[in-house]
Design a protein around this ligand. Sequence first.
Ligand code: ADP
Length: 595
Amino acid sequence: MHMMGAIDDEDKLDADEAKKVLRRAGRMALPFKRTIAGALAFTALSTLGIVLGPVILRWGIDHGIEPGDKEVLRNAVLVCVGLTLMAYLSARQQFILINKAGEGFLRALRVRVFDHIQKQSLAFFDRNKSGVLVARMTADIESMGELVQWGLLQFVSAILLVIFALVLAFAMSWQLTLAGLLVMPVIIVASRKFQRDSNAAYLDVREQIGQTLSSLQEGIAGVRVIQAYGREPEQRRRFKRANRDLYDSHIHSVKVSTWYFGLVESAGVFATAIIVGVGGWLFTRGDVTIGTIIAVVLLFAQLFEPVQQLSQLYNSVQSSAASLNKLFGILDTVPDIEDGEHELPPAGELTVEGVGFRYPETEAAVLSDVSITVADGERLALVGPTGAGKSTLAKLMARLYDPTEGTISFGGVDLRDATIASLRQRVVVVPQEGFLFGGTVADNVRVARAEATDDDIREAFRAIGALERFGEFPEGIHTEVRERGSRLSAGERQLVSLARAALVDPAVLVLDEATSNLDPGTEFIVERALDSLMSGRTTIVVAHRLSTIQRADRIGVIDGGRLAELGNHAELVEHGGRYAALADAWQKSQPVAGN
Ligand code: ADP
């Protein structure tokens, strides 16, 4: 199980792919080009401030201290302080600007990805689990944030620092610079090795974090089962093992970093020693001044940090490019439910013709060769064993998916040719468990029609005979439902779902009847609400209750993805097939009906 978008090997892109992804990100960052240019200018300024310091000190030493010229010395110190101040202020400015650009970029990206996800059909959500999508929106965007804000800036300032420092050092004394650079081959080799090792160590740590988290999550979510069967010792062992591995990989990654950073630091000291030694020799020959030696030492001291940063940057670019690639994968998904051009008529027959269906990325057909014509205003109940395909057929009738074979049409218009707006107006699906959002009862009904007034909402509740139920609350329809409707009972949540449908007032109602049993009082209100909602409308109901089935005009028995029987209650009982057997079993096992 992958938690928090854990990075693994397949997340790694090759250099070409990474370049392509980064180029695309670059195009998306174009609106921020002025801010970025500003940040870069300030970066250059602050880098200049940092590297010019040693040059001024050299001047102060050679022309101030040595000849004993106090004025030159004082000016050198003042200029140094001025340069440092400039470097500090520019660094601050660059930081603010790059964060504005970076956060702006991420904000735009988040909105784009979110918008895109909202447009997708149910098939998309079958392929992409919500946990993974959340990881895309959080962990992946976060990891890119690091690149956008730190990577770019570090890269530019590290490169600038290295170039400026080397050019200045060369200009002052090429011999000393070459002497200092003697340690470079060691650092380059070490950096390459570090890059590889630290990347592997980082991936390992991420993997172990994922393992530990999933073991932790299982231990918490499954605690009842674990306790019921006395599995605590085993769970403890598993958690301890995962935790131990996490510890080991952390320690390993620390070891990888310390040898490298230690080595780079030692190389720095070594370079200083070489420069001072060679410098002393050159000084006695009169080739360089003391000020030059000190300036070159100081410049070299500033050289090693950017080299370290550059070697870490590679990994962070890699993982950000991988994250970006996954986000682009989402952005490139074309919504598979496309908008048609025709308006659906206000009324008509719902025709299912030779429909077959398989879910994306599954082999077996869930439905095959189903044909039914539902007359205007007819009530059709779908019954059959669990997994037969009833809910799937219902979803196809509301075009939550498109059939893989055959057509479904309303009033003569193929649903695929209908505008999405008219489709959602004519055909409404009431799911088993309607999702409740944070907000009031009224807000939740208004989900169905954003511009509905409070009176419209009361009218919708009245139409299904449920207004009194909410009128009893002190705050009426303005009662907060709390998270996912925890303030409401199961029955009241269903009433809110039904009120949504009543507010739209569709021609066709597709209902997935809730299987849960309610207390008798609420049950009665919900049933009455259902009845009023269905009256005068074409209704397709995936039925689990005998009472619902008996009130249907016709019953379709779905078995193994096929329409096995079709007719009214009396006819089917008479027929003596599957329905007759089911009805017989239900009679005996009331009130738990179906499934
Ligand atoms: P019923 O409503 O009759 O219980 P469904 O229509 O829910 O049956 O399911 C029919 C078959 O399709 C089942 O085998 C189920 O496992 C499968 N199925 C349902 N939903 C999905 C999905 N989103 N992705 C893949 N398979 C699914």
